[in-house]
Design a protein around this ligand. Structure first.
Ligand code: HEC
Ligand code: HEC
Ligand code: HEC
Ligand code: HEC
Length: 183
């Protein structure tokens, strides 16, 4: 009897651990573009970090502090500081469309529209092993929160809900921010 109780206890402990880890695995954290930099800044591999840093996406949060932004907010009926308004942050930050998700200490809202806005929160996929498996096509990407970015990804923000919306042509706009690896 005692033996059985022991087995049951161990079993429930192991199961508990399993579920705890599983819940953990489901919650990817936003880590910020600085955590992608070390592996994605070499010219030979396409310098994704440098290209992103030079793009307007990296300025999207700063833009909300301008007089132009204040005028846009007023016209849209949004009161207060645009940098504090969720109506604006939703498209001007990496995690705006996913505001309830956990955020690591390294994440800075100031980065604007960072890597993770298009590729998904990075804590579970940013290891070398997982990154290589993703590129090799052997990793279940949903399980680690990775997103294969495409036109649909852009349309989450480049749409008519934007108070300054300009018609969006994917091919032309992608060409402006493309960061492909050299062939
Ligand atoms: C430890 C190094 C490392 C870190 C950190 C890292 N990556 Fe990667 N990543 C790689 C490697 C290696 C590849 C495989 C392709 C290559 O060799 O360039 C890759 C591939 C990718 C790809 C292409 C996947 C595909 O579909 O083929 C994307 C997108 C990507 N990384 C985004 C990110 C983002 C976003 C971050 C930060 C959250 C990040 N990476 C952090 C090493 C890293
Ligand atoms: C999370 C929201 C978001 C997503 C997703 C997004 N963008 Fe943007 N994009 C913005 C914001 C906000 C700006 C304006 C930044 C600024 O001017 O401060 C912008 C600006 C741009 C610009 C510069 C436009 C100009 O007038 O100079 C280009 C090009 C662009 N985006 C292309 C893309 C492409 C291509 C994709 C998809 C691969 C994409 N964006 C996905 C929010 C987003
Ligand atoms: C649905 C997504 C979305 C929302 C919500 C949003 N923006 Fe933007 N914002 C964008 C995109 C995308 C751009 C880039 C313009 C373009 O090329 O389409 C942009 C650009 C801007 C610009 C730069 C001007 C320009 O024409 O490029 C300002 C200023 C701005 N937004 C202010 C705001 C303010 C203030 C709010 C909140 C009241 C807000 N935005 C809400 C997506 C959004
Ligand atoms: C505005 C959205 C957006 C942002 C921001 C963004 N990417 Fe991408 N990225 C894409 C899209 C879309 C593709 C896939 C394009 C294609 O091949 O069709 C891509 C492709 C890649 C690839 C694969 C390139 C190849 O040739 O295989 C890597 C690596 C990558 N991104 C890393 C990053 C890193 C690191 C950052 C931040 C420093 C970043 N991306 C920021 C949208 C984005």
């Amino acid at each position: 009897m005692k033996q059985m109780l022991k087995v049951a206890l161990i079993l429930s402990f192991v199961l508990g651990l399993f579920f705890a880890l599983n819940v953990f695995a489901g919650e990817a954290e936003y880590v910020g573009a600085s955590k992608c930099k070390m592996c994605h800044k070499s010219e030979a591999k396409g310098n994704q970090f440098g290209k992103w840093e030079a793009s307007k996406h990296a300025k999207a949060f700063q833009t909300l502090a301008t007089d132009e932004a204040k005028a846009v907010a007023k016209k849209a009926g949004v009161s207060g500081d645009p940098q504090q308004a969720k109506e604006c942050l939703v498209c001007h930050t990496s995690n705006g469309h996913n505001a309830g998700a956990p955020v690591a200490a390294s994440f800075k809202v100031e980065e604007g529209v960072g890597c993770e806005a298009c590729h998904g929160a990075g804590s579970l996929y940013k290891s070398m092993k997982t990154m290589k498996a993703i590129t090799a096509g052997t990793q279940d990407i949903a399980a680690v929160g990775f997103i294969k970015a495409n036109k649909e990804t852009c349309l989450a923000c480049h749409n008519e809900k934007s108070p300054t919306y300009k018609p969006f042509n994917y091919e032309e706009r992608w060409a402006e921010i493309q960061h492909n690896r050299p062939k």
